[in-house]
Ligand binder design. Structure first.
Ligand code: NAD
Ligand code: MLT
Length: 527
C-alpha cells in the first residue's frame, strides 16, 4: 500500500479520501531536517503553506510521485527540483477563491470603518465614537492589481456595492476586463486614481515590491491598500513609513514577506490605519474542505496511475482537455516508444506531425507523450509526463511539431520521425473507432498492426522464401508468432515485415536473422 505524509494540518475530508488508497501519516510541525529524514518512506506528500518543500526534501524523496499543495500558491515548493525529478506538483487553484476574495472585501470595509480598533476600544471599556469616523466605499475607485479568479470575484462584489473599477493585469484582454466591468489601465494610472488598491497577483520577479516608496509617492493621501495575495508584493518598510507619515490613509495586510511576521516588525506598532491578519485568506471551513478534497483526490488519482486535474508542472495538460486526449496520449507514447527503439542509438530530432482531425487538437500534451515514449526505453520509469520535455532538452533532442489536416487515411493519425546517430525512422499510427491503436506505417511502408508487447520488425527484399525462413528460425528458438504482416510498395522491391510475438526474442537471434539472405535490417521492439 502506498504511503502518504501529510505535514500540515488539512481538513479530515482530505485524509478520508487518501485513506481509501494509502496509509496516511499526519505529522505536522516537522523540522526541515526531520522532513528530509522521513520523506524517503513516502510516495506522496500533502502540505499547506507551513511546510517548505526544498530541493533537499525533494532529492531525499526518492519514492515521491506527487506533492499536493492544499491551496493555490506553490511558492513553498521547489517546483523546478520536483519537475527535474519527475514528481507531479498539484494545487487547488479554485478551492479558496471565494474565501480569499471575501477576506479582501472584509479587510477593505474594516479598514474604511476602523472595525478592529473600534471593537478593541469598546472591549477595553471605552465608548469613543468620534475617534472612528470612517469613509464610504460607495462611488470610490477600486484599483485591482491582478484580475484573475480572486480579483474578478472582488471586482464583482465591489461593483455591486457601487464602486468604480480600474484594473492592471497585462495578461488579460480588454474584452475580459470589460465583461467584469473594469477599465484596464497602466499601473501608474491605477496608483494615481484609485482610492482603494487591492492586490491579487502571484509573487513573481515582476510583482516583488510592486508597492514600493516610488509607487506610494504617486498615491492620494486617502488611498487604502489591501494585500490578501502574497507577502513580498509590498515593501514593508516603505508602507510602514507611508502609514506613519500619513502619505496614504491605510493598509490591510493578510500576508507578509516573512511568515510568521517577526514579533519586532514595525508593522505591529502601527495604529488604527493598519489591519494585520495572520494569513487568513483561505481560512474558512468551506475553503479548507474544498482544498483538502481537491488535492487529496488528485493524490489518490496519481497513486492509482491516473492523471492529475491541476498539475502545475505538466505543461499543457489542462483538465478539461485531458479526458478527450487520453487515447491520443497513449497513441503518441506507443509510437514514440516504437520509433525510439527502431532508431536505436542517440536521437537528435523528433518530428511530431498531427494528421487529419488530430491536427485541430491541442498538440503540447501529445508531443510530451511522444517524448515520454521515445525516452522510456533509456530512462524507464524515470521519465514521465512531468520531466519528459526537460529530459529531451537535456539530451539535445530537437522537437519539431507540425500539422497536416489534409492527410485523411484515417480520421486521426499521428506521424513521428526520429533522426539520430543510426539513421532515420518514421512511424505512423491511428486510432480506430473503438479507440484501438493501429500502427499504420513504418519507414514509409504501409502496414496495419496493433502494437503488442513483443515485436520484430525487418527491412528486407521482397523475394520468395524469406518469410518462411524467418518463421522457421523463430520456431527453432521456440518463439511463437501471433501474427505477421508485410508492407511493400512494389512487388520484389523493398519491404518491411512486422511479426507480433507471444514470447520475447532470445539473445543472439537478431544475428541469426541478419544472416538470412535478403534481410537488410532487423529490430526487436518491446512495448
Ligand atoms: P489567478 O492566477 O487566477 O490570478 C492572478 C492574476 O494575476 C492573473 O490574471 C494574472 O494575469 C495576473 N498577473 C500575473 N502577473 C501579473 C503582473 N505582473 N501584473 C499584474 N497582473 C499580473 O490567481 P488567484 O487565484 O486569483 O490568486 C491571486 C493571488 O492570491 C495568488 O498570489 C494566490 O497565491 C493568493 N492567494 C492568497 C490567499 C490567502 O490566504 N491570502 C488565498 C488564496 C490565494
Ligand atoms: C493559498 O495560496 O492558497 C493561500 O496562501 C492559502 C493558504 O494555503 O493558507
Amino acid at each position: 500500500m502506498p504511503k502518504v505524509l501529510v505535514s500540515d494540518s488539512v481538513d479530515q475530508a482530505g485524509i478520508d479520501i487518501l485513506s481509501q488508497v494509502a496509509q496516511v501519516d499526519v505529522k505536522t510541525g516537522l523540522s526541515p531536517e526531520g522532513l528530509v529524514q522521513i520523506i524517503p518512506e513516502y510516495d506522496a506528500l500533502m502540505i499547506r503553506s507551513g511546510t517548505q518543500v526544498t530541493k533537499a526534501v525533494i532529492e531525499a524523496g526518492t519514492h515521491l510521485k506527487i506533492i499536493g499543495r492544499a491551496g493555490v500558491g506553490v511558492d513553498n515548493v521547489d517546483v523546478a527540483a520536483a519537475t527535474r525529478q519527475g514528481i507531479v506538483v498539484v494545487n487547488s487553484p479554485e478551492g479558496n477563491t471565494i474565501a480569499a476574495a471575501e477576506h479582501a472585501l472584509a479587510l477593505m470595509l474594516s479598514l474604511s470603518r476602523y472595525v478592529p480598533d473600534a471593537n478593541q476600544s469598546v472591549k477595553s471599556g471605552q465608548w469613543n465614537r468620534k475617534q472612528f469616523i470612517g469613509a464610504e466605499i460607495y462611488k470610490k475607485t477600486l484599483g485591482l492589481v491582478g484580475l484573475g479568479k480572486i480579483g474578478s470575484h472582488v471586482a464583482a462584489a465591489a461593483k455591486a456595492m457601487g464602486m468604480k473599477l480600474l484594473a492592471y493585469d497585462p495578461y488579460i484582454s480588454t474584452e475580459r476586463a470589460e465583461q467584469i466591468g473594469c477599465r484596464l489601465v497602466e499601473l501608474d494610472v491605477l496608483f494615481r486614481e484609485a482610492d482603494y488598491i487591492t492586490l491579487h497577483v502571484p509573487k513573481t520577479p515582476e510583482t516583488t515590491n510592486l508597492i514600493n516608496a516610488e509607487a506610494l509617492a504617486k498615491m492620494k493621501p486617502t488611498t487604502r491598500i489591501i494585500n490578501c495575495a502574497r507577502g513580498g508584493l509590498i515593501d514593508e518598510s516603505a508602507i510602514t513609513e507611508a502609514l506613519e507619515s500619513g502619505r496614504i490613509a491605510g493598509a490591510a495586510l493578510d500576508v507578509f514577506a516573512n511568515e510568521p511576521l517577526e514579533s519586532e516588525s514595525p508593522l505591529r506598532a502601527l495604529g488604527k490605519n493598519a489591519i494585520l491578519t495572520p494569513h487568513l485568506g483561505a481560512s474558512t471551513a468551506e475553503a479548507q474542505v474544498n482544498v483538502a478534497v481537491d488535492v487529496a483526490e488528485q493524490i489518490r488519482d496519481v497513486l492509482l496511475g491516473l492523471p492529475a486535474r491541476s498539475a502545475v508542472n505538466i505543461p499543457g495538460l489542462y483538465p478539461e482537455a485531458l479526458d478527450k486526449l487520453r487515447p491520443y496520449l497513449e497513441l503518441a507514447e506507443t509510437l514514440g516508444n516504437l520509433v525510439g527503439q527502431l532508431a536505436g542509438g542517440r536521437v537528435d530530432s523528433l518530428t511530431v506531425r498531427l494528421q487529419g482531425d488530430l491536427a485541430d487538437r491541442e498538440s503540447k500534451p501529445i508531443v510530451i507523450a511522444a517524448l515520454k515514449g521515445l525516452l522510456s526505453p533509456a530512462l524507464r520509469e524515470r521519465v514521465n509526463y512531468v520531466n519528459a520535455s526537460i529530459e529531451a532538452k537535456e539530451r539535445g533532442i530537437r522537437v519539431v511539431e507540425t500539422r497536416d489536416a489534409s492527410v485523411r487515411d484515417y480520421t486521426d493519425s499521428l506521424h513521428l520521425e526520429a533522426k539520430g546517430s543510426l539513421g532515420e525512422h518514421t512511424v505512423t499510427g491511428a486510432l480506430l473507432g473503438d479507440g484501438e491503436i493501429r500502427i499504420t506505417n513504418v519507414d514509409d511502408f504501409p502496414i496495419n498492426v496493433p502494437p503488442i508487447q513483443h515485436m520484430l520488425f525487418t527491412r528486407h527484399r521482397d523475394m520468395p522464401g524469406i518469410i518462411g525462413k524467418i518463421g522457421s528460425l523463430l520456431g527453432s528458438f521456440n518463439v511463437n508468432i501471433a501474427s505477421m504482416q508485410v508492407g511493400r510498395k512494389i512487388v520484389r522491391g523493398d519491404a518491411v515485415m512486422v511479426l507480433s510475438l507471444d514470447d520475447p526474442l532470445p539473445e543472439g537471434i537478431l544475428n541469426e536473422i541478419m544472416k538470412v539472405p535478403g534481410i537488410r535490417d532487423a529490430y526487436t521492439v518491446t512495448l
